[in-house]
Design a protein. Structure first.
Length: 271
């Protein structure tokens, strides 16, 4: 029998957090939509059967897409779409490879997948300040901020899921807040509050968060006394395999030397 897969997310709590989100908190989702539109403008083809996996359908009106709620099992029929956008919710998935595999199977040959999720640099300032302060006041640590993957690891998931021509890129945005309370409130209206399965369910002591701003400010505040919060969005792009796609050459099959193409002199280790 295979070992049980670890559970990262409490789906009931995540659903509750999502329902508390407001449009003012979805600025990163709106920025993602604009980025997706820019990316598609660079692709010389028209997509007609589009699906967007998102908890926030209100971000995607007029996109001519089927909205698919985030879930362990996505409501996607095999070979039903030529474009799937997985929009800023993959970081909460217990099985991200499984999510990618489901998307690949739902694509027709040569269909395009664009997946965006928060990466490992996201909220690194908050993680550091919370850890320092919580250890000081309680003598221990509780899971409070979602662990997120690094671009190298996340990019490799595309190949594991069977996508062709995989690409991963990253953009980090710093948002300034007057204090840590404003940041925590913004996370609530983003729908990104703590929904970890192994989070501490007891009410945290008041002094845990009342003293957080001082630690955060000491470590990260700028000359204007505002504190920064980093949000790293990693975008994964891949294509469903098709027989007419470009294929990489076999090692050693090149018909000309790179040095000749560059007009350079080739130097060997013995020269």
């Amino acid at each position: 029998m295979s070992p049980l897969r670890p559970t990262l997310t409490d789906p009931v709590a995540l659903g509750h957090r999502r329902r508390r989100a407001t449009d003012s908190g979805l600025f990163l989702h709106h920025a993602l939509r604009a980025d997706v539109e820019d990316r598609l403008a660079e692709v010389s083809r028209e997509f007609v059967d589009v699906a967007v996996v998102t908890p926030f359908a209100q971000v995607w009106p007029g996109f001519a897409a089927t909205v698919v709620p985030e879930a362990d099992v996505l409501d996607l029929a095999p070979a039903s779409h030529d474009l799937i956008v997985h929009a800023l919710c993959l970081h909460w998935a217990d099985d991200p490879v499984g999510q990618l595999v489901q998307c690949r199977r739902a694509l027709r040959p040569d269909g395009l997948f664009i997946g965006a999720l928060f990466g490992g640099q996201t909220l690194h300032e908050l993680r550091s300040a919370l850890a320092t302060h919580e250890v000081a006041v309680t003598g221990g640590l509780s899971p409070r901020v979602l662990p997120m993957g690094e671009i190298r690891d996340l990019g490799s998931l595309l190949g594991r899921a069977g996508f062709a021509m995989p690409v991963a890129d990253s953009v980090a945005t710093k948002v300034l807040y007057r204090d840590s309370a404003a940041l925590l409130q913004d996370l609530r209206v983003m729908g990104e509050g703590n929904a970890l399965a192994d989070r501490n369910r007891t009410i945290p002591p008041k002094h845990l968060f009342s003293g957080l701003n001082s630690v955060y400010s000491d470590g990260f505040a700028g000359a204007d006394a505002q504190i920064p919060a980093t949000f790293e969005v990693i975008t994964l792009t891949g294509w469903a395999p098709a027989s007419d796609q470009p294929k990489p050459l076999r090692p050693g099959s090149a018909q000309s030397r790179l040095a000749d193409a560059l007009g350079a002199t080739e130097v060997t280790p013995n020269d």
